[in-house]
Design a protein. Structure first.
Length: 317
């Protein structure tokens, strides 16, 4: 009889949270007995009053925080985009042109539905003093909370889609003529563009975003201008490497590049010094500073030719 009563209690979906994971077995009797004792001592009317208070105050506060967080992230994205566009405006793209990133809304319908459900739940804060209205609000809140807290794979993917506002927008790059402010070209993705165009577009946007992150407001060069990249260009073609280095140099960055020897010829005109790093026995690294000829734009490799054991290594330039 006791086990049957516990089973009935545990089977009620609306009481599932109160079970705290306990199964309807005799071993759980002490837990359920304590729960019943607390209800009887506190009184159903007091429990109901506390439930209404939690429903109106605590849960509404949590919903408000979530809604404000989503709105704040959208506003922050717009603010950051404005700053990046200000940086791009000072960054030559082609002769007499610059880029402007245009945000395109692509929020999925399920995200819009979630925000409507959230707004509806928040609007029901008042007038939940009856059993029916409290039940409606509680069911709506539980549906939202259950899905947000679910560990099912489909709900985890859904949660990422509705909460990550970065997935709700995409960007087109408009090439603007400096003199007329007219749109010369629109780059939507990278379809139909040559390899060099795609790479130049990516390098320009990346460098402008970095300058926004590292420069003081209104500054033309970054406050902290050193960027360290590890083998960033070892699989890139020379067009991308040159485009990236040109943009970074124009924006005032100092780049420290660790790269295999095969890439040195491409980046050599952009460096101001080099160090050859090698290992003799494999248990320690050694470094050989190499002189850089500013006039010729070349590195002096003579220290390497004097010692063949230094031939197998990499550059830091």
């Amino acid at each position: 009889m006791i086990v049957k009563a516990l089973a009935v209690f545990c089977a009620r979906t609306e009481w599932r949270a109160a079970t705290k994971g306990h199964d309807p077995v005799l071993d759980s009797f002490d837990f359920f007995d304590l729960h019943l004792t607390n209800l009887l001592m506190e009184g159903v009317s007091r429990t109901w009053e506390r439930f209404l208070k939690e429903l109106q105050e605590h849960n509404s506060h949590q919903l408000t925080l979530l809604s404000q967080s989503l709105s704040s992230e959208r506003a922050d994205m717009a603010k950051r985009l404005l700053a990046v566009n200000n940086s791009l405006e000072r960054t030559p793209y082609n002769s007499g042109t610059h880029l402007f990133l245009h945000r395109v809304d692509c929020e999925p319908e399920e995200s819009k539905t979630f925000r409507r459900d959230l707004a509806l739940a928040m609007s029901e804060v008042v007038n939940v003093d009856t059993t029916a209205s409290a039940q409606v609000r509680f069911d709506r809140l539980r549906a939202i909370a259950d899905r947000l807290g679910s560990d099912r794979s489909e709900d985890i993917r859904w949660r990422a889609r509705v909460l990550d506002v970065r997935q709700h927008v995409q960007f087109d790059a408009h090439e603007i003529v400096d003199a007329t402010k007219q749109v010369e070209q629109v780059y939507s993705g990278s379809d139909g563009k040559s390899g060099g165009q795609k790479q130049k577009l990516a390098a320009t946007c990346m460098a402008a975003a970095l300058r926004y992150q590292l420069a003081n407001p209104g500054a033309t060069i970054p406050q902290f201008a050193t960027v360290v990249v590890d083998e960033a260009f070892d699989r890139s073609d020379p067009d991308f490497t040159e485009a990236a280095l040109n943009v970074f140099r124009e924006l005032g960055f100092q780049i420290i590049v660790a790269t295999p020897g095969k890439m040195v010829q491409t980046i050599e005109p952009y460096v101001g010094g080099a160090v050859w790093v090698y290992a003799k026995r494999g248990d320690r690294s050694n470094a050989v500073p190499l002189r850089y000829d500013e006039a010729l734009g070349r590195i002096d490799y003579s220290p390497l030719t004097a010692d063949k054991t230094k031939a197998d290594g990499a550059f830091a330039v």
